[in-house]
Design a binder for this molecule. Structure first.
Ligand code: CA
Ligand code: CA
Ligand code: CA
Length: 294
């Protein structure tokens, strides 16, 4: 198969997958859509975050959560799941948690196959594995945004796009250069996953998995004319979620923050507003998730 055909196939598959899932998702009743989309206060942290996948730092315990719900209808996720974001002078940090009874993944960063066929393991995890995802539009101008996915094997998939969906009622997304940049590898990104249970063993019941990603400001410089790190009160746009599957290659169920209202993660006008605060995470404590009880 020619490299061009391979590339075409890689581009077309997500469209097909979205259409198939869409037929199911649109059958659901419409749920709550926040209008305007919700705001999240992004607090500044002053002590280190260890990128080990465990959300055990005090910052995470005192930082608001972006609770995930159905991408299309806002229906409650089957399992408790959320993301959190904080920042410091060097990085933007994203934490994820999912109370997942069966944690699995099929392609790790060093898995030799199917890299030859798919050209890039990044793309493979997006099409076949469950994963956490985050979209960040630095400066919030609906242009030049990044999309990152991470699976339970700590395999990361990073992309940047010049422009999101060009229609508001359906996904119309240009998956070709120069709009879509699968070849981008976020320079200096750190990431780790922690599994609370057994990975790739469905005979038991896992408590879940969590992940941490640190995105350096230097990696985001090409996507904004604004200050880095951002100034107090600067507003970016973010979207995050969990692409859940019951098994490898099974259809995706999307649970996200915020709810978008249609089956499309690239509706930037529906993204949450991320407001930078130079204050530390507040004194409020959030209920201790099960992964932190031991
Ligand atoms: Ca940590
Ligand atoms: Ca932008
Ligand atoms: Ca297991």
């Amino acid at each position: 198969m020619s490299s061009q055909m391979n590339r075409m196939k890689a581009y077309l598959w997500p469209c097909v997958a979205c259409l198939l899932v869409g037929m199911v998702a649109h059958a659901s009743a419409q749920g709550p859509l926040e209008d305007p989309p919700p705001t999240y206060i992004g607090y500044r942290v002053t002590s280190p975050i260890r990128i080990d996948g465990h959300l055990s730092e005090a910052h995470w315990k005192h930082t608001p959560r972006m609770g995930f719900a159905g991408l299309v209808d806002g229906a409650p996720a089957w399992f408790d799941s959320y993301s959190q974001m904080v920042w410091d002078d060097e990085n933007l940090y994203v934490g994820f948690w999912a109370a997942d009874p069966n944690v699995f993944g099929s392609v790790g960063p060093d898995t030799p196959e199917p890299r030859d066929f798919w050209k890039d393991n990044d793309r493979y995890i997006m099409l076949h594995d469950p994963l956490f995802m985050v979209f960040v539009d630095p400066d919030g101008d609906h242009r030049n945004y990044v999309e990152m996915h991470i699976n339970a094997l700590n395999n990361i998939d990073d992309i940047w796009l010049n422009q999101g969906s060009t229609e508001k009622d359906r996904q119309v997304l240009d998956l070709h250069a120069p709009n879509y940049h699968l070849e981008w590898d976020c320079p200096g990104a750190q990431h780790a996953v922690a599994v609370y249970g057994s990975l790739n063993d469905s005979t038991d019941t896992d408590r879940g998995w969590s992940a941490e990603i640190a995105i350096p400001w230097t990696a985001l410089e090409p996507f904004t004319l604004g200050a880095l790190p951002p100034a107090e009160g600067d507003q970016w746009l973010v979207h995050s979620g969990w692409e859940y599957r019951v098994a490898v290659n099974e259809p995706v169920t999307y649970w996200t923050w915020p709810v978008i209202g249609i089956l499309d993660d690239h509706q930037l006008w529906r993204y949450g507003r991320f407001v930078f605060s130079s204050e530390s995470p507040g004194s409020r404590s959030y209920p201790t998730p099960p992964h932190q009880t031991e």
